[in-house]
Write a protein that binds this ligand. Sequence first.
Ligand code: HH2
Length: 273
Amino acid sequence: MNRPLLMGVVNVTPDSFSDGGLFLDPGVAIEHGRGLAAEGADILDVGGESTRPGAEPVGADEEIRRVLPVVERLSGHGPVVSIDTTKLAVARAALDAGARIVNDVSAFRFEPELAGLVADTGSDCCLMHMLGEPRTMQEDPRYEDVVSEVKSFLEERLAFSTGEGIAEQRVWLDPGIGFGKTVEHNLELLRRLDEIVAIGRPVVVGTSRKSFLGRLTGETDPGERLPGTIATNVIALARGASVFRVHDVAPVKDALTVAAATLGARWTSTTMS
Ligand code: HH2
């Protein structure tokens, strides 16, 4: 990976925190994905289970029913498709249908066998830090030093993944903004993101529309949190992040294009090869 990439979010769920229910119909989700592709997304991240704080788990069959038609139709036309799941069965179905990246917010903790599938298929994967599980992660999260603890976790998960046979160059890492973190934890992670980048793998960041932005600005409607989304993605770019997971691709892409030019970084609009 030699340039920053934009990952557009396609949530095929009834209950995602910012767009739950909008794209539950497969046809609408496919149109949404195509729209994000037209806006310049390099990757489309398709998910069928909300991981918002307090979310209850969804069964694998239901998750597959939601995502499969969307992955099938979006794959092979421009952006690479990633599957946002913690489940082996969902990942297998999505990879068979054309997805090329597994985005696992549990970093192979929930279903460790998923690492073997990624290894066998030669897929890319994104491993994210989360404190525990979505149902309980926001109940009084505590760290001695959030950045060094997240960094150690990601280093351990990277070692686990390579031990399971995944090539190191296939692994991306994500500090998990909002996943068991207070506002201050999130800000500290962004401020010191270069320490996570120093692990040596591409870093993914997902701040888009998240509640810590609303806590800072007072904006309660997630759809109105674009200014905070842009501010945090620009900071993440400056600290060395490589992949930006967002709901609003076009405005973030414009902001990052200008920020990258100012910083002297490379940023092109071609799609990922
Ligand atoms: N955030 C969400 C979901 N998946 N994956 C990665 N790698 N990084 C993130 O920060 C991340 C993620 C949560 O956002 P969203 O998908 O919009 O909400 P929900 O989980 O409610 O569907």
